[in-house]
Ligand binder design. Sequence first.
Ligand code: CAA
Length: 394
Amino acid sequence: MTTIEQGAATGVSFALTDEQKALRDLARDFAAKEIRPKEAEYDAKMQHPVEVIAKAHELGLMNLHVPEEYGGLGLGCFDGMLVGEELYWGCAGIGTSVSANGLGSGPLIIAGTDEQKATWLAPLIDEPILCSFGLSEPGAGSDVAALKATAVREGDEYVLNGSKTFITNAGYAAWTVVFAKTDPKAGSKGMSAFIVPMDTPGVTIEKHLDKMGQRATDTSAFALQDVRVPVENRLGEEGDGFKIAMATLDFTRPGTAVGAVGVAQAAYEHAVAYAKQRVTFDVPIAMHQGINFMIADMATEIEAARLLTWQAAWMLDQGYGRKATLYSSFAKRFAADTAMKVATDAVQVFGGYGYIKEYPVEKLMRDAKLFQIYEGTSQIQRLVIAKEIFLPKD
Ligand code: CAA
């Protein structure tokens, strides 16, 4: 018996099924042929990758978690790890563009009624349309309970007002789940979630933000001015918004973490290849301990990050629910920090060339930085981890 088979016999296994291997290979092939060749150009032009999104959609690499009843594949979080790592290995900006429907649709999958799911999720499968997650505001990113957008009920409608920023794909989204206060005095318990079609009068895209890295992903700011949505567009009850947002992030943070693993893996591969061919002091630089110890640490930490993401995703699929929060934040924190370190070290391995745009690791270092910021900064992940250690929830 191999170690993997022994693991399987005891209920723990790192062996992928044939279907999982096929899914990963499909994503890898797509990333190599359709994403990698375009990454530098899309990054330079800050271009929204509309054709890549259409092709990914056609191949079934988007909306992986939409349940089968609504036309989706109904895949679990773990299967998303296999696709996500490959897409982000291709390009983190394009990978985020393709994957961000997972975040936009997460609140609906978690808290939507059958009717809401049929109305809003099924079209995502039929066409390559985008949706987004409208949580962050100019004055409230880490401190979600402090957000200021409001939703006031008037008869059978809610009237929404406020500003959202740093919203992935919002500039191209058909609809966004907007989090707003229905009871501004009630802190996290006064927040509700609403599905807002982006062509509703009063929704204005104010800016496509010009970012340091992951430039092929649209990140937009938008305003809501007297935006009316029917009561049927509220997810859950009034006051459920904060918990819906948190449960969504628990599910999506391993996906972001595995994106960081993909970027780290790409940087590592470039560093290994360069270290083998670049000669100094009459030998390839791979022969110098100063370099090969860096490569050894990269390989070790990438593997550790991958395993943490797999574990968190596995726990979510096993129904650990709130108990998976801790592991989701372990994965996000560690993988994001690992990607930053590995990409920075890859630049170091390349020396002066690493700092030049002609070489791929310069972009990877810029791309890696965002993992330590979006979907909760590395500091917020530590805050969540500490809360779960000292004040665990059942
Ligand atoms: N699941 C379910 N419920 C949860 C939860 C979870 N994971 N985490 C907390 N809750 C519950 C708590 O149990 C508590 O409920 P009770 O009062 O009934 O016990 C309630 O929610 C409030 O929890 P806290 O007191 O812990 O809340 P807090 O205000 O102290 O803040 C926080 C918690 C973890 C810091 C949270 O604000 C947070 O996660 N912040 C980061 C937000 C974030 O990731 N933003 C990124 C936006 S998305 C993005 O970046 C993508 C993009 O498009 C760019």
